[in-house]
Ligand binder design. Sequence first.
Ligand code: 3HC
Length: 295
Amino acid sequence: MATASEIAAVGVIGAGQMGSGIAQLAAAAGCAVLLLDADSAALSRAVASISASLRRLAAKGQLSQAACEGSIKRIRCVSTVQDLRDADLVIEAIVENEDVKKKLFVELDKITKPSAILASNTSSISITRLASATKRPSQVIGMHFFNPPPIMKLIEIIRGADTSDEVFAAVKSFSERLEKTVICSQDYPGFIVNRILMPMINEAFWALYTGVATKEDIDTGMKLGTNHPMGPLQLADFIGLDVCLSVLRVLHNGLGDNKYSPCPLLVQYVDAGRLGKKRGVGVYSYGQKSSSLKP
Ligand code: 3HC
């Protein structure tokens, strides 16, 4: 198994906001990155956003021009899982669906080299259950990044029931190579951050639903009253209301406490396709992407 300094080739699966941010971080740390998505348009969008993000950092002097261009060159877009056969570490950032992720882990287990570490960026799905889909559960781990990955300073590492100490140590030092602070969570629903964040977001929806205040006052209250960079409803739009709902359902089912039961207003917004910023409408309207609201 590769140690952190031996992790030279990183596969990232899913070219959405999280996957592209993770690919950018790994490339900036000097790794050869294979960014995999079956959707070529998503890959093109990812390359454009990674380039823009790196150039933004270079313009602010946080990255040299050479490092910026070198990072862009280190990212290769690929379209099949077979292209990841030489990766030392694979990080998946695909849809939050346990069955879909498990199928992917079965495939990764077959095609990656025996020493490869398989990581999931899941926001709440059990790492132990994902690991059980493979014949290498000791090499499966959670690496939970935060949006936007290039800016947020944290990686939450989740140890499955069988994750080895060596794999944990390698992924911890690799995360530090990405210049992130690491926290470690046991494999319980929502891990650390979402266990605490999502009930707050849910409570903000209850406050709106029961007419406590307007959305603007709820957000301004939390921004200025507790110094959060975004209010909880604005943050829910930023994360994606579908993602918030899915994490709350994992908390509700996994912890069996009604305090995690999703607010009906959040459920209704998701049913209506109001998924947040990515759809141009969620709690707020963003005045773009006027196409179909359906998920
Ligand atoms: N790449 C490079 N730079 C970026 C960037 C990116 N992708 N996104 C933002 N930036 C930079 C901007 O250039 C700007 O730099 P400057 O201050 O030097 O000019 C700085 O970040 C701030 O950006 P903006 O001025 O565009 O906007 P804001 O000041 O509103 O900051 C924000 C944006 C960083 C997103 C801030 O609002 C924030 O921290 N919000 C909270 C985000 C958060 O909580 N994320 C975690 C969500 S939970 C999660 O992801 C877990 C999941 O499982 C649900």
